[in-house]
Design a protein around this ligand. Structure first.
Ligand code: LLP
Length: 425
């Protein structure tokens, strides 16, 4: 049974805590996560891919609160990071540096330096130009850099265009045909430890066949490099495993595991994956209160206190998150439709049209489901709104793991410095 369910009173609970109780304590809107569901997802995935001995590095960008990361780190998860800030979070959450992989197309010299000094497991390098800087920093610091090359395998992940990352014209990775020469040249440099290859083809992938194409191409490349006498010890298979909802089934983990085994299982490489959404997506919700009801062109509209700055995915990708009412639905006879919109002064601050919510009244609490990944992590303070609290539930207890910001926090950042002379004055 799922962690988000109705109690005996018909109202929604998160594990054994009523959402009314949390709303009373922290106000709305707020994010709420289930520690139990997160741990269960990690164990389920780890078990499913155990036969190929695949380690799991959580993509920190999906949900970067250090208390969320700590739940996973405690179970043995590594972290996939894309910035110095994410590195600091992974380390603060107690992740050993030797379980952290640094991905990303634009690492700065300072970030590369910090990564080497922290002793991270691996840097996934995405261009020759970046490789030069990594070698330079390695020379300067005297720390040999563990490097994997991120390959662009020219595979269409068949997902939303904005989250596809491995077609030929993508900004990510090194074109697969160029990898052998770059890998061979880099292998001769004493300051670089060429450990292997990485690939990541996109996100929210439900049809698993693009994984097969990408990993099969990667396996061919490994064999080609080995024929040339080069060592390839590790393969980073990327993230991208999608999640389902009531309308669409989630991916089959058994199939995912068997694609790994069939494509790269017999290469003798150390394997890892970098899931973000699959681990965290269904373990979080955004709870909001209905402020006003109005009507536009005959369609009822509920204006809620959460907005596009809190949950950007509908405005950015046209994503529709399942919506539930905390109250048991007050069902009506007709096919009711209701638009749910936020208070921000933009037409794109619109969460979409929902059916079957029943009669909604001001003061009701509504819940956006499947908001545990790329929810709070992508939020902003647009319209000078506060960042909303994050709450972690564990059994019958809950804990605030990020407080709501306030306008004093924001104004503090705008303490101006003194006027400084420009160049020509
Ligand atoms: N590894 C790399 C190198 C990545 O770039 C990403 C995600 C992941 C792993 C994790 O992907 P996942 O398993 O979560 O699909 N903001 C978008 C998703 C952007 C994903 C970016 N990269 C959304 O809200 O749908």
């Amino acid at each position: 049974s799922r962690w988000l369910a109705r109690g005996g009173d018909g109202r929604l609970h998160a594990e054994d805590v009523s959402l009314d109780r949390i709303a009373g304590a922290v106000g709305t809107p707020f994010y709420c996560y289930s520690a139990g569901a997160l741990r269960q997802n990690y164990v389920n995935l780890k078990t499913a891919i155990a036969a190929s001995n695949v380690s799991i590095c959580f993509a920190v960008k999906a949900s970067s609160n250090i208390h969320v990361l700590a739940e996973l780190a405690r179970l043995g998860a590594g972290m996939d990071i894309v910035s110095g800030g994410e590195m600091a979070r992974a380390l603060a959450a107690g992740t050993p540096p030797e379980r952290i992989i640094f991905s990303g197309v634009g690492k700065t010299r300072a970030e590369i330096c910090a990564a080497l000094e922290a002793g991270l497991h691996q840097l996934n390098v995405e261009s020759s130009a970046e490789l030069e800087i990594v070698a330079e920093v390695a020379r300067e610091t005297g720390i040999r850099a563990p490097v994997a090359l991120r390959v662009n395998p020219d595979v269409d992940a068949r997902t939303h265009a904005k989250i596809t990352t491995a077609k030929k014209d993508s900004k990510f990775g090194i074109a697969i045909g160029e990898v052998p020469a770059i890998y061979a040249e880099a292998s001769m440099r004493p300051e670089l430890n060429m450990v292997g290859l990485a690939v990541h083809i996109g996100s929210q992938i439900l049809d698993l066949s693009p994984f097969r194409d990408a990993w099969a191409a990667l396996a061919d490349l490994v064999r080609q490099l080995r024929v040339a006498g080069l060592a390839v010890e590790r393969l980073d298979l990327g993230g991208g495993l999608g999640i389902g909802d009531d309308a669409q089934a989630g991916p089959d983990l058994v199939e995912y595991a068997s694609i790994i085994a069939e494509t790269v299982g017999d290469l003798g490489c150390a394997l890892n994956v970098e899931p973000g959404r699959w681990l965290a997506g269904r373990t979080g919700i955004l709870v909001s209160e209905v402020l006003y009801l109005k009507e536009s062109a005959g369609v009822p509209i509920a204006v809620i206190d959460a907005a596009m700055n809190d949950l950007m995915r509908p405005a950015l990708y046209g994503a529709q998150h399942p919506l539930l009412t905390v109250e048991a639905p007050r069902l009506v006879e007709s096919d009711d439709v209701c638009r749910i919109v936020g208070p921000i002064c933009e037409s794109s601050d619109d969460f979409g049209r929902y059916h079957g919510l029943g009669t909604i009244v001001a003061g009701d609490l509504v819940v956006f489901d499947n908001a545990g990944a790329y929810g709070a992590a992508m939020s902003s303070t647009y319209n000078s709104r506060d960042l909303v609290p994050e709450v972690l539930v564990n059994g019958a207890q809950f804990r605030v793991i990020r407080r709501r910001t306030n306008i004093a926090d924001a104004l503090e950042l705008e303490q101006a410095g003194s006027w400084l002379a420009g160049e020509n004055s």
